[in-house]
Design a protein around this ligand. Structure first.
Ligand code: ZN
Length: 449
């Protein structure tokens, strides 16, 4: 009864004083489960690498569209950022297209996130086929369409019957999405988002000029380095109906290259996570939050349609830039750290204000991208999760079944494992006692006979 009352009145957003032992155990267990997924991912990475290398070669040699010959992968090698936690085999690949000097103009009603991208001067280069009538503005729809056409041709020429299929085009997505289904292994499913990207080397636009707020966390020098890097644009239009012509052809600014760097070198001290002795739990906290977001989306797909993992990642960076010391994120602080992160996210939803980490004037929780009704639903859902100690995290995620048995043996579930040992011991004792009784009875019987 007492524990029931406590779990119902469980604190306020971000309150870490009343983390129950059950909640602490569940958070740690869930985070261990998520770590095991990495084992599965290696073969997926291999398959995706092979696909992307072949695609690059195809594009470089292609006869029908010279503009796409000069492409490169923005994040090369085997390190891809995993977007979704419950589906570890989803990959994002940004293909960088080489463009001449560009001029950016911000679409005002979108507070620094969406831009019209123009060539500084007219050109006879290959890019001319992807311009609007003014012969300078780069058309996001034309680039997307061509990327789609080329990938379709590539798959039918080189990967036909090998399990890869192209998903239909989505008007709001910048990506060409390929799905892979292994006929021999039903569980072996993965998807790859291929996103054409423009590089703008001449400095960040005004809205992001001051850079991310990382002075206390990663340092001023690091911020200056980030701001001196190129910035990227992907062919993505804003959400909403009755868009103006400019908005239909707009490009969305992307900082994913910087985000990746911040994820990799995330410590206040440079040595964080370099060895076992200075491991931290930052990444695991983000994984848990992403897992929670996905779980909620699966449960309420319609109501929470505007919610995505980027909201979680943004909250994560804000918390990191405020809670800077590495010792606060030591593995022993896992539950406290997660509750702090979750609390921040819940408070942002309550206030209806989650600022973009790089473009401070843009609120990711503002309509039309995030309608008020969806935000109210999210606020209630988060409160309920906190009060009931995160039932959505207790549901085993679909791919948990993919984890091989050997891993389960290496990391046995402490609760179930012990329970089953105790249970079998009990039943063994039971049988043993009955045997003794029978032997004694037979013995007594013999004496009397
Ligand atoms: Zn670390």
């Amino acid at each position: 009864m007492e524990s029931q009352t406590r779990s119902i009145s469980f604190g306020t957003p971000g309150d870490v004083s009343s983390i129950s032992p059950q909640l602490d155990r569940m958070i740690k267990q869930k985070s261990r489960d998520l770590r095991l997924r990495k084992v599965d991912q290696q073969s997926a990475v291999k398959t995706v690498n092979h696909l992307i290398e072949s695609l690059l070669e195809y594009l470089k040699k292609n006869e029908d569209q010279p503009f796409f010959r000069d492409v490169s992968v923005l994040t090369s090698g085997s390190y891809y950022e995993v977007v979704k936690i419950n589906k570890p085999n989803e990959f994002d690949i940004m293909l960088k297209l080489k463009v001449p000097r560009l001029e950016l103009s911000e679409l005002e009603e979108y507070q620094g996130l969406f831009y019209k991208v123009k060539l500084v001067k007219a050109t006879r280069k290959e890019i001319q086929h992807f311009l609007l009538e003014d012969e300078r503005t780069i058309s996001a729809t034309k680039i997307k369409e061509e990327m789609h056409r080329l990938v379709r041709k590539f798959i039918s020429n080189h990967f036909k019957g090998k399990g890869w299929v192209i998903n239909r085009k989505l008007v709001n997505s910048p990506a060409v999405t390929l799905e892979y289904n292994n006929k021999e292994k039903e569980d072996d499913v993965m998807s790859v988002d291929i996103v054409p990207t423009l590089e703008v080397p001449q400095g960040w636009p005004q809205a992001a000029r001051s850079g991310p707020n990382i002075d206390n966390w990663l340092g001023k020098k690091c911020r200056r380095q980030f701001v001196s890097k190129a910035v990227y644009f992907v062919p993505k239009r804003p959400k909403g109906r009755n868009l103006k012509d400019d908005a239909k052809e707009s490009w969305r600014i992307s900082f994913s290259h910087i985000e990746k760097e911040m994820m990799q070198y995330h410590g206040n001290k440079k040595t964080c996570c370099e060895s076992f002795s200075n491991k931290c739990c930052r990444k695991r906290c983000l994984q848990l939050l992403k897992c929670l977001i996905e779980g909620l989306k699966q449960r309420y797909p319609k109501e929470l349609e505007p919610l995505c993992s980027y909201h979680g990642k943004t909250a994560f960076f804000h918390v990191l830039s405020d809670r800077v010391q590495d010792s606060l994120w030591s593995p022993g602080q896992m539950s406290v750290s997660f509750m702090k992160l979750f609390g921040y996210f819940e408070r942002r939803a309550l206030d209806g204000s989650l600022l973009h980490f790089f473009v401070r004037q843009h609120n990711l929780f503002s309509p039309p991208a995030f309608p008020k009704r969806a935000l109210a639903f999210l606020t209630n859902a988060l409160k309920e999760q906190r009060e009931l100690e995160f039932p959505v995290l207790k549901v085993p995620s679909p791919s948990a079944a993919l984890v091989p048995d050997t891993d389960a043996l290496l990391h046995p579930n402490p609760i179930n494992g012990t329970d089953s040992i105790v249970a079998s011991e009990r039943s063994f004792r039971h049988v043993y006692a009955w045997l003794v009784v029978v032997i004694v009875c037979v013995g007594i019987g013999c004496v009397f006979v």
